[in-house]
Design a protein around this ligand. Structure first.
Ligand code: FES
Length: 292
Protein backbone atom coordinates (compact mmCIF):
# COMPACT_ATOMS: atom_id res chain seq x y z
CA UNK A 1 0.00 0.00 0.00
CA UNK A 2 1.06 3.35 -0.67
CA UNK A 3 1.90 5.95 1.98
CA UNK A 4 -1.08 7.97 0.97
CA UNK A 5 -3.38 5.08 1.53
CA UNK A 6 -1.92 4.37 4.98
CA UNK A 7 -2.39 7.97 6.04
CA UNK A 8 -5.89 7.98 4.63
CA UNK A 9 -6.77 5.00 6.81
CA UNK A 10 -4.74 5.88 9.87
CA UNK A 11 -5.93 9.46 10.35
CA UNK A 12 -9.66 8.66 10.58
CA UNK A 13 -8.86 5.74 12.90
CA UNK A 14 -6.86 8.00 15.21
CA UNK A 15 -9.56 10.62 15.20
CA UNK A 16 -12.21 8.05 16.03
CA UNK A 17 -10.11 6.59 18.83
CA UNK A 18 -9.50 10.06 20.31
CA UNK A 19 -13.19 10.82 20.26
CA UNK A 20 -13.94 7.51 21.98
CA UNK A 21 -11.37 8.22 24.73
CA UNK A 22 -12.76 11.69 25.31
CA UNK A 23 -16.31 10.45 25.44
CA UNK A 24 -15.45 7.73 27.96
CA UNK A 25 -13.63 10.23 30.17
CA UNK A 26 -16.55 12.65 30.27
CA UNK A 27 -18.96 9.88 31.11
CA UNK A 28 -16.83 8.84 34.05
CA UNK A 29 -16.79 12.36 35.54
CA UNK A 30 -20.52 12.74 35.20
CA UNK A 31 -21.02 9.47 36.97
CA UNK A 32 -19.11 10.74 40.07
CA UNK A 33 -21.26 14.03 40.21
CA UNK A 34 -18.29 16.15 41.07
CA UNK A 35 -18.08 18.07 37.93
CA UNK A 36 -14.90 19.93 37.46
CA UNK A 37 -13.50 20.21 40.95
CA UNK A 38 -10.16 21.57 41.88
CA UNK A 39 -7.59 19.49 43.46
CA UNK A 40 -7.95 21.23 46.78
CA UNK A 41 -11.68 20.65 46.77
CA UNK A 42 -11.30 17.06 46.01
CA UNK A 43 -8.78 16.71 48.84
CA UNK A 44 -11.18 18.33 51.32
CA UNK A 45 -13.98 16.10 50.14
CA UNK A 46 -11.81 13.19 50.76
CA UNK A 47 -11.12 14.46 54.30
CA UNK A 48 -14.85 14.91 54.90
CA UNK A 49 -15.50 11.47 53.70
CA UNK A 50 -12.84 10.17 56.04
CA UNK A 51 -14.24 12.12 59.00
CA UNK A 52 -17.74 10.88 58.27
CA UNK A 53 -16.57 7.43 58.27
CA UNK A 54 -14.87 8.15 61.65
CA UNK A 55 -18.18 9.47 63.16
CA UNK A 56 -17.35 13.19 63.37
CA UNK A 57 -20.55 15.06 62.31
CA UNK A 58 -18.99 18.51 62.33
CA UNK A 59 -16.19 17.34 60.24
CA UNK A 60 -18.66 15.58 57.98
CA UNK A 61 -20.28 18.90 57.08
CA UNK A 62 -17.04 20.78 56.85
CA UNK A 63 -17.65 22.99 59.96
CA UNK A 64 -14.92 23.14 62.50
CA UNK A 65 -15.59 23.43 66.23
CA UNK A 66 -13.96 26.85 66.27
CA UNK A 67 -16.28 28.14 63.57
CA UNK A 68 -19.26 26.73 65.38
CA UNK A 69 -18.29 28.49 68.60
CA UNK A 70 -17.81 31.75 66.71
CA UNK A 71 -21.20 31.45 65.12
CA UNK A 72 -22.85 30.74 68.46
CA UNK A 73 -21.15 33.70 70.14
CA UNK A 74 -22.27 36.05 67.34
CA UNK A 75 -25.84 34.80 67.69
CA UNK A 76 -25.74 35.37 71.41
CA UNK A 77 -24.47 38.92 70.93
CA UNK A 78 -27.31 39.73 68.54
CA UNK A 79 -29.92 38.37 70.85
CA UNK A 80 -31.71 41.26 72.78
CA UNK A 81 -30.63 41.66 76.36
CA UNK A 82 -33.10 40.12 78.76
CA UNK A 83 -35.28 42.61 80.71
CA UNK A 84 -34.73 42.48 84.42
CA UNK A 85 -38.03 41.80 86.18
CA UNK A 86 -38.11 42.34 89.88
CA UNK A 87 -39.51 39.56 91.86
CA UNK A 88 -42.97 40.48 93.31
CA UNK A 89 -43.03 41.27 96.98
CA UNK A 90 -45.14 39.08 99.05
CA UNK A 91 -47.84 40.87 101.16
CA UNK A 92 -47.02 41.14 104.78
CA UNK A 93 -49.38 40.82 107.69
CA UNK A 94 -50.34 44.22 109.28
CA UNK A 95 -49.05 44.83 112.73
CA UNK A 96 -49.92 47.87 114.86
CA UNK A 97 -47.03 50.32 115.21
CA UNK A 98 -45.44 50.62 118.61
CA UNK A 99 -46.90 53.17 121.01
CA UNK A 100 -43.67 55.16 120.98
CA UNK A 101 -44.26 55.94 117.29
CA UNK A 102 -48.01 56.57 117.43
CA UNK A 103 -47.92 59.26 120.13
CA UNK A 104 -51.71 59.48 120.63
CA UNK A 105 -53.92 56.48 120.18
CA UNK A 106 -57.42 56.70 118.80
CA UNK A 107 -58.88 56.04 122.21
CA UNK A 108 -56.82 58.83 123.74
CA UNK A 109 -57.82 61.20 120.95
CA UNK A 110 -61.54 60.51 121.42
CA UNK A 111 -61.29 60.83 125.19
CA UNK A 112 -59.47 64.12 125.01
CA UNK A 113 -61.85 65.48 122.37
CA UNK A 114 -64.84 64.63 124.54
CA UNK A 115 -63.27 66.34 127.53
CA UNK A 116 -62.45 69.43 125.50
CA UNK A 117 -65.98 69.64 124.08
CA UNK A 118 -67.50 69.34 127.53
CA UNK A 119 -65.11 71.94 128.92
CA UNK A 120 -65.91 74.32 126.06
CA UNK A 121 -69.65 73.89 126.56
CA UNK A 122 -69.42 74.42 130.28
CA UNK A 123 -67.18 77.44 129.81
CA UNK A 124 -69.60 79.02 127.37
CA UNK A 125 -72.53 78.37 129.67
CA UNK A 126 -70.69 79.84 132.63
CA UNK A 127 -69.68 82.90 130.65
CA UNK A 128 -73.30 83.45 129.62
CA UNK A 129 -74.46 83.09 133.22
CA UNK A 130 -71.85 85.53 134.46
CA UNK A 131 -72.76 88.04 131.77
CA UNK A 132 -76.43 87.68 132.70
CA UNK A 133 -75.79 88.17 136.41
CA UNK A 134 -73.18 90.90 135.99
CA UNK A 135 -74.41 94.23 137.39
CA UNK A 136 -75.60 96.68 134.79
CA UNK A 137 -73.13 99.38 133.90
CA UNK A 138 -73.48 102.69 135.62
CA UNK A 139 -72.77 106.07 134.16
CA UNK A 140 -73.81 105.28 130.57
CA UNK A 141 -77.00 105.12 128.60
CA UNK A 142 -79.29 102.51 130.11
CA UNK A 143 -78.52 103.62 133.63
CA UNK A 144 -78.83 106.70 135.77
CA UNK A 145 -76.81 109.31 133.92
CA UNK A 146 -75.44 112.47 135.44
CA UNK A 147 -75.68 115.24 132.89
CA UNK A 148 -74.23 118.07 134.99
CA UNK A 149 -74.91 120.38 137.81
CA UNK A 150 -78.18 122.25 138.12
CA UNK A 151 -76.41 125.46 137.17
CA UNK A 152 -74.78 124.01 134.05
CA UNK A 153 -77.98 122.35 132.90
CA UNK A 154 -79.97 125.54 133.42
CA UNK A 155 -77.37 127.46 131.49
CA UNK A 156 -77.57 124.97 128.61
CA UNK A 157 -81.33 125.26 128.54
CA UNK A 158 -81.25 129.05 128.68
CA UNK A 159 -78.70 129.33 125.90
CA UNK A 160 -80.69 127.01 123.66
CA UNK A 161 -83.85 129.07 123.78
CA UNK A 162 -84.93 129.66 121.04
CA UNK A 163 -81.84 128.11 119.42
CA UNK A 164 -82.01 125.76 116.48
CA UNK A 165 -80.97 122.87 118.69
CA UNK A 166 -82.66 122.44 121.99
CA UNK A 167 -80.49 121.48 124.91
CA UNK A 168 -79.31 118.03 123.87
CA UNK A 169 -77.29 115.72 126.14
CA UNK A 170 -75.75 112.91 124.17
CA UNK A 171 -74.77 110.85 127.23
CA UNK A 172 -78.48 110.46 127.98
CA UNK A 173 -79.57 110.54 124.30
CA UNK A 174 -82.13 113.07 125.48
CA UNK A 175 -83.30 116.62 125.05
CA UNK A 176 -83.64 118.39 128.41
CA UNK A 177 -86.45 120.87 127.98
CA UNK A 178 -87.72 123.46 130.45
CA UNK A 179 -91.23 122.98 131.67
CA UNK A 180 -93.38 125.94 132.71
CA UNK A 181 -93.93 125.88 136.44
CA UNK A 182 -96.94 128.15 136.60
CA UNK A 183 -99.87 126.69 138.44
CA UNK A 184 -102.15 126.41 135.41
CA UNK A 185 -99.59 124.42 133.45
CA UNK A 186 -98.74 122.18 136.39
CA UNK A 187 -102.42 121.53 136.99
CA UNK A 188 -102.72 120.43 133.38
CA UNK A 189 -99.62 118.26 133.75
CA UNK A 190 -100.94 116.58 136.87
CA UNK A 191 -103.97 115.51 134.88
CA UNK A 192 -101.78 113.67 132.39
CA UNK A 193 -98.40 112.74 133.94
CA UNK A 194 -97.47 110.98 137.13
CA UNK A 195 -94.60 109.61 139.14
CA UNK A 196 -91.02 110.71 138.67
CA UNK A 197 -91.85 112.26 135.30
CA UNK A 198 -94.36 114.58 136.94
CA UNK A 199 -91.92 115.32 139.76
CA UNK A 200 -89.34 116.38 137.18
CA UNK A 201 -91.86 118.61 135.46
CA UNK A 202 -92.66 120.26 138.75
CA UNK A 203 -88.92 120.87 139.11
CA UNK A 204 -88.95 122.50 135.65
CA UNK A 205 -87.40 119.69 133.56
CA UNK A 206 -88.59 117.32 130.87
CA UNK A 207 -86.16 114.68 129.54
CA UNK A 208 -87.31 113.58 126.06
CA UNK A 209 -85.76 110.50 124.45
CA UNK A 210 -84.47 111.29 120.95
CA UNK A 211 -86.08 108.14 119.53
CA UNK A 212 -89.32 108.70 117.63
CA UNK A 213 -92.11 106.53 119.06
CA UNK A 214 -93.30 105.76 115.55
CA UNK A 215 -90.46 103.73 114.03
CA UNK A 216 -87.43 104.86 115.98
CA UNK A 217 -85.83 107.63 113.91
CA UNK A 218 -83.85 110.27 115.74
CA UNK A 219 -86.11 113.30 116.00
CA UNK A 220 -84.41 116.63 115.33
CA UNK A 221 -85.55 120.09 116.26
CA UNK A 222 -87.07 122.46 113.70
CA UNK A 223 -85.71 125.93 114.45
CA UNK A 224 -88.46 127.74 112.57
CA UNK A 225 -91.47 125.97 114.05
CA UNK A 226 -89.77 125.39 117.42
CA UNK A 227 -91.18 121.89 117.40
CA UNK A 228 -89.64 118.47 117.11
CA UNK A 229 -90.22 117.26 113.58
CA UNK A 230 -89.37 113.70 112.58
CA UNK A 231 -87.84 113.53 109.06
CA UNK A 232 -88.86 109.92 108.47
CA UNK A 233 -92.66 110.12 108.33
CA UNK A 234 -93.44 113.64 109.44
CA UNK A 235 -94.55 113.24 113.05
CA UNK A 236 -94.43 116.53 114.91
CA UNK A 237 -94.22 117.24 118.62
CA UNK A 238 -94.21 120.46 120.65
CA UNK A 239 -91.32 121.50 122.85
CA UNK A 240 -92.30 119.15 125.68
CA UNK A 241 -92.78 116.21 123.33
CA UNK A 242 -96.56 116.16 123.06
CA UNK A 243 -97.65 114.96 119.65
CA UNK A 244 -99.14 117.55 117.30
CA UNK A 245 -99.43 115.61 114.03
CA UNK A 246 -98.15 112.65 112.05
CA UNK A 247 -98.33 108.85 112.27
CA UNK A 248 -96.71 108.47 115.69
CA UNK A 249 -99.00 106.63 118.16
CA UNK A 250 -98.21 108.99 121.10
CA UNK A 251 -95.99 111.78 122.29
CA UNK A 252 -92.23 111.39 122.69
CA UNK A 253 -91.08 108.93 125.32
CA UNK A 254 -89.25 110.36 128.30
CA UNK A 255 -87.09 109.66 131.32
CA UNK A 256 -87.26 110.62 134.96
CA UNK A 257 -85.07 113.54 136.03
CA UNK A 258 -83.81 113.83 139.60
CA UNK A 259 -81.71 116.43 141.35
CA UNK A 260 -79.30 115.06 143.92
CA UNK A 261 -76.81 117.23 145.80
CA UNK A 262 -76.92 119.93 143.16
CA UNK A 263 -76.51 117.54 140.24
CA UNK A 264 -79.04 116.60 137.58
CA UNK A 265 -79.49 112.90 136.78
CA UNK A 266 -81.48 111.31 133.97
CA UNK A 267 -82.57 107.74 134.64
CA UNK A 268 -82.27 106.20 131.18
CA UNK A 269 -82.82 102.71 132.58
CA UNK A 270 -86.58 103.20 132.66
CA UNK A 271 -88.54 104.59 129.74
CA UNK A 272 -91.85 106.35 130.41
CA UNK A 273 -94.14 106.26 127.42
CA UNK A 274 -95.15 109.59 125.93
CA UNK A 275 -98.56 111.13 126.53
CA UNK A 276 -101.56 110.11 124.50
CA UNK A 277 -102.51 111.81 121.25
CA UNK A 278 -104.28 115.10 121.92
CA UNK A 279 -102.36 115.97 125.05
CA UNK A 280 -101.36 119.64 125.11
CA UNK A 281 -100.41 120.88 128.56
CA UNK A 282 -98.37 123.92 127.50
CA UNK A 283 -100.47 125.27 124.66
CA UNK A 284 -97.34 125.97 122.56
CA UNK A 285 -98.46 126.72 119.03
CA UNK A 286 -96.57 126.70 115.76
CA UNK A 287 -93.95 129.49 115.89
CA UNK A 288 -92.93 129.40 112.23
CA UNK A 289 -92.98 127.25 109.08
CA UNK A 290 -92.29 123.54 109.28
CA UNK A 291 -88.93 122.16 108.27
CA UNK A 292 -90.25 119.31 106.15
S1 FES B 1 -90.20 107.40 112.69
FE1 FES B 1 -90.78 109.35 113.19
S2 FES B 1 -92.60 109.63 112.17
FE2 FES B 1 -92.02 107.65 111.62
Amino acid sequence: MSTGTVLAVAIPVIVVLGAVVAFVSLRRRDATGLGYLSRETRRRDEQVTASAEAGDAAGAFGVSAQARDLERSVALERRPAPVAVAAPEMPQDWAPPPASQVGVTRRQFLNRSSVMLMATGLGTFNAAMIAFLWPRPTGGFGSKVKIGTVASVDEAIASSTPAVNFSYFSEAQSYIQPYPTDSATLDAAEAVYSGTVLDAMKAGYVALWQKCPHLGCKVPVCGSSQWFECPCHGSKYNRVGEKKSGPAPRGMDRFAVTIEEGNVFVNTGTVAQGPAIGTDTTGQGLEGPHCG
